[in-house]
Design a protein around this ligand. Structure first.
Ligand SMILES: Cc1cc2nc3c(=O)[nH]c(=O)nc-3n(C[C@H](O)[C@H](O)[C@H](O)COP(=O)(O)O)c2cc1C
Ligand code: SF4
Length: 480
């Protein structure tokens, strides 16, 4: 992963923990209305992909164990990982693109209800993503994938396509870069990746016609499965975030000026609302800042936040970065991963950081979005996430009205029941995340995500192990 040049070592410090009485009287553990439903506390576990579904995207025992463990921490809200809205294979990532996924998701909802004693509201993050291919070998790219064009032929003065291919196969990369177009060069160096601006591809041009229905059907299934609400994934490297980005220059009324970039996200939301009704919470996760050259900045996010609130979203959750645009070159045979560049660092900042450090980097941008939403006349709750791992920091940002709900992803991975420990006045027992990003490294390799603080502990206690048998899949159980 990319690291800031300063490489200043920061140590997580949760600060003092509250007594049980202090926790009971705190803002963090006070209830909040989230559209038509009620969260028992302002604690939130944002979406995290743990790579535990089947290759077909179905719920497994490992999925149930993963969410069951976090439900025992009784957060106010728990968001199921990014779950694909299409019925297409996508590896061991959850899917909701067909009714056959409903029974598994229903079981997941009932596990969370049982393990949280009914206290946690369960959301599911709905995602669409475009095609991305693995980085090809030179031989494969120039023998099979590259479409030889007149531009190549005339540049090289060769009329025979086989001769053009042979030229590329013999050429050095610097010479190749002179001949290929920008997109061809990217496909060669990084692996082919579709853009929302690829209007020459009919399935991309058609996205505004297709996506509202796909998201609406997925949301209906979530409701049918007994999941308490949906979070539309409008963040990071995926389709909907790409529509919101200034890099979206589509000429069809869905790109360019920011009101046009917001059009499809709003139409998707409207279709989802129609499908699930106003008694079912629907919100989105979007980027406070894209953190890439030419990407969306805070003023865009403030505009989008107010627009989403005006449209009737029940909550807004923020993140930052996580884009393909500045991802590192993957090895041959692997796909680019959107958390390897600076924008990836902004999404999941690690302990080696700059002056600002990895903790709470998204708090001030989120506060600005919240102010914009309030200035537009809406009380929509705003969820902030990023490096938050202590009671006092969480309490302070709620007191200062920087956000309404506090999300903690890696801290909850490190200790799935930490919110419960703090609520009971047993904060001293919290296993504090070290922000090493060992977990994120596993995610990058598409391996089951675990935490280095617990995955080799008590290996003999009979708990489930990762396929290589070396790591436990969930944290050792804590008893209240
Ligand atoms: C293993 C892993 C998987 C993640 N998967 C998702 C995801 O599916 N959707 C999403 O919006 N964010 C995802 N994230 C980002 C987190 O939700 C969160 O925004 C980020 O880790 C920063 O918060 P933290 O400092 O509390 O960990 C993931 C993070 C990790 C570590
Ligand atoms: S592996 Fe564990 S300690 Fe390291 S960042 Fe991930 S959750 Fe935190």
């Amino acid at each position: 992963m990319w690291k800031p040049a300063a490489k200043i070592k920061h140590t997580a410090d949760p600060g003092p923990w509250p007594s049980r009485e202090q926790a009971a009287a705190s803002r963090l553990f006070s209830p909040i209305e989230l559209g038509p439903i009620h969260l028992a506390q302002r604690t939130w576990v944002p979406a995290m992909v743990p790579w535990r579904a089947t290759e077909e995207g179905a719920v497994t025992q490992d999925v149930l164990d993963w969410y069951g463990a976090m439900a025992r921490g009784r957060p106010g809200g728990l968001v199921i990982e990014a779950t694909g809205v299409r019925d297409v294979p996508s590896g061991p990532l959850l899917r909701i693109g067909h009714d056959r996924f409903i029974p598994g998701l229903r079981e997941l909802a009932s596990v969370v209800r049982r393990e949280s004693a009914g206290e946690t509201k369960l959301f599911i993050q709905l995602i669409d993503f475009l095609a991305i291919k693995r980085r090809p070998s030179k031989e494969n790219y120039f023998n099979r994938f590259l479409e030889i064009t007149e531009a190549h032929r005339s540049h090289l003065g060769l009329s025979d396509d086989r001769a053009v291919r042979d030229w590329f196969l013999d050429a050095e990369d610097a010479a190749i870069a002179e001949v290929l177009s920008e997109r061809e060069l990217e496909a060669y160096r990084m692996g082919y990746r579709e853009r929302v601006t690829d209007m020459h591809l009919s399935h991309i041009a058609e996205l505004p016609r297709i996506l509202p229905g796909l998201f609406a059907d997925a949301a209906r299934r979530a409701k049918q499965a007994g999941i308490d609400g949906v979070e539309l994934h409008y963040a990071h490297a995926y389709t909907m975030a790409s529509f919101l980005s200034p890099k979206n220059t589509r000429p069809d009324g869905y790109g360019g000026a920011r009101e046009k970039r917001a059009r499809l996200p709003l139409e998707v939301f409207a279709a989802v609302r129609d499908a699930v009704g106003s008694d079912y919470p629907v919100g989105c996760r979007f980027l406070a800042e894209e953190c890439i050259a030419g990407g969306g900045e805070l003023d865009d996010a403030c505009y989008f936040g107010a627009a989403f609130a005006r449209a009737g979203m029940d909550f807004l959750s923020t993140s930052r970065g996580g884009k393909f645009d500045d991802a590192k070159q993957p090895p041959v045979g692997a796909a680019a991963y959107p958390y390897t560049g600076r924008s990836g660092y902004e999404c999941m900042p690690a302990y080696l950081s700059d002056e600002q450090g990895p903790f709470g980097r998204n708090v001030e941008p989120t506060a600005a979005i919240r102010r914009a939403v309030r200035a537009a006349g809406f009380t929509t709750p705003v969820v902030v996430t990023g490096g938050i791992h202590g009671f006092e920091a969480a309490e302070a940002l709620l007191r200062d009205e920087k956000a309404d709900i506090v999300g903690a992803a890696r801290q909850t991975l490190a200790d799935p029941v930490w919110f419960r420990k703090v609520r009971l006045g047993r904060g001293a027992e919290v296993r504090v995340c070290e922000y090493t990003n060992y977990c994120e490294g596993l995610d990058q390799k598409h391996k089951m995500v675990t935490c280095k603080l617990w995955d080799r502990v008590d290996l003999e206690d009979g708990s489930r192990r990762t396929p290589d048998g070396k790591r436990r899949t969930t944290a050792p159980r804590w008893t209240e």
